[in-house]
Ligand binder design. Sequence first.
Ligand SMILES: [Zn+2]
Length: 268
Amino acid sequence: MTQESFDPYKPCQEAPIVLPPEATFSQKEPAAKFLRPLPASLMIMGLALLLGFICDQVVAFPPRFYDVTWRIAFLEKVFNEASIPLIGITIILGGIWLGDFLAGAKNKALNLAFGCIGIVLGFLFVLGVPLYSMDVRIVQQFKLAQIEQQRKEVKPAPGSEDAAQFDAAVEELNQTMFKNVFRMNADAILAGTALILLGSFGVKQTRDKVGVGFCCPNCMSEEICLSPMDPSEASLAFTTRLHMFLCHECGWRFRRFSLTGKPFTFFF
Ligand SMILES: [Zn+2]
């Protein structure tokens, strides 16, 4: 546009934006081409980590669930390696989501399968925590009883070197047990919680509508919320978790199972 022909009071003429036909290819196609092997590679790597973790537990065979020391050794090994399945599931789900993005469609079966594996593993880690703590407590009591037994046999004079040694042994035992329980349980809780969250993201991907767990059965709207309930409905909801929901679009009231009273069956 030249200086003379420019009139600031005249509306600009809309110039059509013409993209060269190869623009879409040059922008998107090479990236997609380079990324195409990545989802499968990530899946393979994640599966290798996950299966490696499972095979690693073969050293604990044959299982002796009734044996406290076996249970402690097994759980300590599993908790120590808890980050391996966590990384494995993260890589697998990352691969699935990248594959979904490149394909432009959700692979619901894979999302559901690995989401559920993540959630189950996460709950196993978290549920192992009280079991481990109880078992360590049993062993601690047993060892303390042993030290007390020895003390009774030796009968050290109060304030003597022997008495101090027994006190030190008790102190060291308590310290070691506390540190072990804290470290192992922290590992298990952190990895377990992360696995449950990751798995729930995987399961969420299987839904067409991500915002809610279920929609209005009348108009399929997502705009639903917990409905005001009369006393009988409220007591039913309290005991069975069957809540009444209300559709904002069409006003339809319907009953659904929801653990938390939110428009999801469970926590998500
Ligand atoms: Zn509706």
